[in-house]
Design a protein around this ligand. Structure first.
Ligand code: MOS
Length: 709
């Protein structure tokens, strides 16, 4: 077991630039002739625009143009049938409250903001529903299959088990709220050449999306996104507001910048969908699981469908011969959701991992012992061995570090004055993805290495991880390595999502560096130098200023032979105040089982960030809508509560750090999602252990603790 401090605790390669303010985020670019766009948004939830008066706005100081469905510039994809579900400025239909319906462009942001307030809009209103819980219980409301039903063995086997539990779990809408606001700068020039500075998790995806709407060649579009101030999934697609900005630039033939407001972050760029889930578990009295049923309803929008893997985990995470799942999505009149950290799995894991704890309690077993007893030897869903899985070891490491031996199985046993202490555990799991990426590497006789790939870094430290991989293969210090990303003209790579960047792009780094190393060895041999000669000497002797290679890398057939997942175990110790119901997270221990840890410092940061997000999901985060108007009412940082430093105890992170033999040359699996997945259940389980109160509706606020029996 490796719990000692890992070596190579390298700082982030761009850390100093970020804290010194030298790293430039999209909104900080200032192009000659830059103008500022502000979006006018609908004030009704559903219906049609009946009148549109822009005269006052157009006459306001500094206003250059007001663009709406009445004077939209050409966007060929919107003029065809099909295509994007919400064709911005190409429809007079309103699908949700806060929908962008016009953009006002002026020579300053303040003037654009003022002029936007002068646009007068009349509407024909229609009935609407923004209440997901109401839509789920309304038998007449539209319901769509989100994923094919799954069945292994007998359906609902839990119902006839020796011991059974059945419960419903509710998650509210959660909003990503990265620190950096969303937006884009678009500069459409003659001959349909376009440069954008974007906040995106995928420069190639942004390039492709814009090319598709305007039907111009991708080569005409340059996307720059070197630094991104957090995304959590909300920048995995190109949103209508970005297309609106491009349209505006095309219309006025000047660069236009749009940065949306914090309030608009709640309506224009997606959210984690609300969900209602039912879990049924059956077990023998000895603690053997005999049946799992997982049924979920997820929120989607009325104008565009969104699905995610809410019920995946139930199919393989526990040894069980009888499993069935069902996933239904239910449209409401809100903006379309999008992936949010641990998409699907974080939702499903709250329910399943709470239920596992409930079953352990029903059996009067230690939940850790119950989990270990039902840990699967192989993936029963795919009928394949796991490529690598060290969960039992992770349980042991975490249990020791959190002080699990102090825990009492009887809830409410640990009381000190008005505070009750409890311990909780949960598992997180996410598919260990690996895609296809290309990378160019240039090794120079000045002793430096330059690598280029059109990947992104929304914060995990991509450049740092890639530099460390190269540094170890080529024995070059990290300071002499530069990794360029966030530029659509570089060799193609997928979007940064699904915890796959290190696995995907890192493999291309590996392959390119291994190739460079062998080229150097050949050159050395050909020039009668020692095989271990320094590459600088070899290049100089051969009169080569540099050598370069471009490699494309992707997974082989081992992906079909093994089931590949990353795992995490979260341990949480809480204190709950008996009079006020306040929950204080007292200690967090997260153990990652995700193969080799390439960059210990940034890997630890990922786990810490996931735990903080998990505390928010468990205890505070909820996007609240006034269903009479279909409007968010806590759409700001004063009312939407994310954890602050005072809410967070010291977080201990441990890694199993054993290479996965099959995933990629580094043996490294993704970590971004597993850092969060399951965490909220660990908190709920700890609250139960402290108080005997089982809270099945997130967030676990004091009122729920005080009023539940
Ligand atoms: Mo993540 S939800 O894959 O950005």
């Amino acid at each position: 077991m490796q719990t000692a401090i890992l070596k190579d605790q390298n700082d982030r390669v761009d850390g100093i630039d970020k804290v010194m303010g030298r790293a430039k985020y999209f909104a900080e670019y200032n192009l000659p002739g830059l103008t500022y766009g502000v979006l006018v948004t609908s004030t009704i939830t559903k219906g049609k625009i009946s009148s549109f008066d822009t005269r006052a706005a157009e006459k306001a100081p500094g206003v250059i143009s007001v663009i709406s469905h009445l004077n939209k510039p050409s966007a060929p994809a919107y003029e065809q049938d099909g295509g994007p579900a919400m064709k911005i400025f190409y429809t007079d239909k309103i699908f949700f409250n806060g929908q962008p319906i016009a953009i006002v462009v002026a020579n300053t942001f303040e003037r654009a903001t003022y002029a936007a307030s002068l646009v007068k809009v009349g509407y024909e209103k229609e009935d609407f529903n923004t209440d997901f819980e109401k839509a789920v219980s309304n038998t007449k409301a539209k319901k769509l299959q989100g994923q094919p039903d799954y069945k292994r063995g007998t359906e609902n086997a839990y119902k006839t088990a020796e011991v059974k539990i059945e419960a419903n779990y509710h998650l509210p809408i959660e909003t990503h709220n990265p620190m950096e606001l969303h937006g884009i700068i678009a500069d459409w020039r003659p001959n349909n050449q376009l440069t954008v500075y974007a906040k995106t998790q995928g420069v190639k995806a942004t390039q492709g999306a814009i090319a598709n709407v305007f039907k111009i060649p991708v080569e005409n579009i340059q996307v720059n996104s070197e630094f991104v101030g957090g995304g959590f999934g909300m920048a995995l697609r190109t949103w209508p507001l970005e297309i609106a900005t491009v349209m505006a630039s095309k219309h006025i033939a000047r660069p236009v910048k749009v940065v949306i407001t914090r309030m608009q972050m709640f309506t224009m760029v997606g959210n984690r969908p609300a969900a209602i889930q039912t879990i049924g578990l059956g077990a023998k009295k000895d603690g053997t699981l005999t049946g799992i049923t997982h049924r979920a309803f997820g929120e989607t929008s009325a104008y565009e469908n969104f699905t995610e893997g809410v019920v995946n985990m139930a199919k393989f995470m526990y040894q069980c011969d009888h499993v069935n799942t069902q996933y239904t999505v239910v449209p409401v009149d809100l903006g379309v959701p999008i992936w949010m950290r641990g998409p699907g799995e974080a939702t499903g894991a709250f329910a399943l991992e709470s239920a596992i704890d409930e079953m352990a309690h029903a059996l009067d077993m230690d939940p850790l012992e119950f989990r270990i007893k039902n840990d699967p030897e192989k993936d029963q869903q795919r009928n394949k061995p796991f490529s690598d899985k060290n969960i039992k070891e992770a349980y042991r490491v975490g249990a020791e570090k959190i002080g699990w031996s102090e825990r009492k199985n009887k809830p409410g046993s640990l009381v000190n004055g008005q505070w009750k202490t409890g311990f909780g555990v949960s598992i997180g799991v996410f598919n260990a993805n690996r895609g296809r990426a290309s990378l160019k590497a240039i090794l120079k006789s000045d002793g430096t290495l330059l690598m280029q790939s059109a990947t992104s870094d929304i914060g995990p430290g991509t450049g740092t991880g890639m530099s460390l991989i190269a540094s170890r293969i080529l024995s070059i210090p990290v300071e002499k390595i530069k990794f360029e990303l966030g530029d659509s003209s570089l060799p193609p790579a997928p979007s940064q999502g699904g915890s796959a960047t290190l696995s995907t792009v890192g493999s291309a780094v590996n392959d390119a560096c291994v190739s460079l190393k062998s080229t150097i060895a050949e050159l050395a041999a050909n020039s009668n130098m020692d095989a271990t000669a320094n590459f600088v000497d070899v290049l100089k002797k051969n009169n080569l200023p540099s050598i370069e290679v471009t490699k494309q890398s992707q997974a082989g057939k081992e992906r079909d032979e093994y089931s590949m997942y990353s795992f995490s175990i979260h341990f949480v110790k809480v204190k709950v105040h008996s009079l006020t119901g306040v929950v204080k997270v007292d200690k967090i221990v997260s153990v990652g089982d995700s193969g080799t840890i390439v960059s210990p410092k940034t890997a630890r940061s990922q786990m810490v960030g996931g735990a903080v997000g998990g505390v928010g999901m468990a205890l505070t985060e909820e996007s609240v809508i006034d269903h009479r108007y279909g409007r968010y009412i806590n759409n700001n940082f004063a009312d939407y509560h994310v954890p602050v430093n005072a809410d967070i105890p010291e977080i201990e992170v441990h890694f199993i750090n054993k290479p996965d033999p099959y995933i990629n040359p580094m043996g490294a699996k993704g970590m971004g999602e597993i850092a969060l997945i399951g965490f909220s259940a660990a908190v709920a389980n700890a609250v139960f252990n402290a108080t005997g109160k089982r809270i099945r509706t997130l967030p676990i606020t004091p009122d729920k603790i005080l009023t539940s029996s």
